[in-house]
Design a binder for this molecule. Structure first.
Ligand SMILES: Cc1cc2nc3c(=O)[nH]c(=O)nc-3n(C[C@H](O)[C@H](O)[C@H](O)COP(=O)(O)OP(=O)(O)OC[C@H]3O[C@@H](n4cnc5c(N)ncnc54)[C@H](O)[C@@H]3O)c2cc1C
Length: 297
């Protein structure tokens, strides 16, 4: 088989797609384009072991299977646009690549709070660079931390921060309990108790109205007017799919990229989407099309 498959996104989904192409007998070129400068790595430890300083990059990096050793990696490069009708993608370095097959594996990025106030001191956790940058700030003596969002990542960051010795960690969320959506009332109450016993504080049932500070954040203003002093803020309020580069191709990009049950995009047999960005009919639930932001080996 000759020709080229372009994989957009050099993370778990992109790597596994490249490996699977080789396993299925594709002998043509595989070019993986990723905007991060790193080879694919495992993200779950970012909010846990990496933040705790227990996992260097080498321990997170996936080792590509031998069959995929000849993959052409273009790292630190963003796919800026795609023209599906012409089977080309444009990269942010000005080059263009033609393909015979395209894999959409551009995943998610953190949603940001659109509140007034300075940006410096406000963090998100999606990449290894994010986690290492946040760790540097958390390990400064006397940092007061406010985590906005009591979901999985927010609660993990709060727990890791107190384990690191940060004495003032407050989690803010408009819902009455942490992780109440995925866990339900009973488990969420138990989780709240466990976190509080370890020193995490909670401001629940309230949102964030803005941030105080001139050049850098000094406090978080809650919807009821209360101000929580903060040197470091972590925003963990969900994620947004990286699909802008696919605009203009007539695709449904409402929440990720809509695929059919075989992950084909826009009815085109040569374009598929994988990983967090793919919104596919999922028989495991109700058959409705949805994205899944989890992975299994
Ligand atoms: C802190 C954290 C903790 C997590 N914990 C768990 C857990 O405990 N269990 C679990 O199952 N899952 C967890 N997840 C989710 C899991 O990491 C994701 O499901 C997985 O990373 C999805 O892989 P992906 O390849 O689809 O997307 P991503 O990992 O998001 O990778 C997409 C890649 O594409 C790049 N990209 C985006 N746009 C472009 C573009 N235009 N051009 C080129 N490259 C681009 C991105 O920078 C990124 O490198 C966690 C995620 C995070 C962030």
């Amino acid at each position: 088989m000759t020709g080229r498959v372009v994989v957009a996104g050099a993370s778990m989904g992109g790597l596994r797609a490249a490996e699977q192409l080789r396993a299925a007998g594709w002998t043509g070129t595989i070019t993986v384009v990723g905007d991060e400068p790193h080879m694919p790595y495992n993200r779950p430890p970012l909010s846990k072991e990496v933040l705790a300083g227990k996992a260097p990059f080498e321990s997170l990096a996936f080792t590509p299977k031998a069959a995929a050793a000849d993959v052409d990696w273009r790292l630190g490069t963003r796919v800026a646009a795609a023209r599906l009708a012409e089977r080309t993608v444009a990269l942010d370095d000005g080059s263009e690549i033609s393909y015979d097959g395209l894999v959409v594996a551009t995943g998610m990025r953190p949603r940001r709070l659109r509140c007034p106030g300075p940006l410096a001191g406000r963090h998100t956790v999606r990449t290894i660079d994010d986690a290492q940058g946040l760790r540097e700030e958390l390990t400064r003596t006397g940092a007061r931390v406010v985590v906005v969002g009591a979901g999985f990542i927010g609660c993990e960051v709060a727990a890791t921060a107190v384990a690191l010795g940060v004495t003032e960690v407050t989690v803010v969320d408009p819902l009455p309990l942490p992780m109440v959506g995925p866990l339900g009332d009973l488990l969420a109450r138990a989780l709240l108790k466990r976190h509080e016993e370890r020193g995490v504080r909670f401001a629940l049932g309230t949102g964030v109205a803005g941030f105080e500070g001139e050049d850098r954040v000094t406090g978080v203003v809650l919807s009821d007017g209360t101000v929580l002093p903060a040197d470091v803020v972590v925003e963990s309020v969900g994620s947004v799919a990286n699909t802008e580069w696919l605009a203009g191709n007539g695709l449904d990009l409402t929440d990720g990229v809509l695929t059919d049950e075989q992950l084909r995009v826009g009815g085109r047999p040569e374009v598929v989407a994988v990983g967090d960005v793919a919104r596919f009919p999922n028989a495991r639930y109700d058959g409705a099309s949805r994205r899944v932001e989890h992975w299994s080996i």
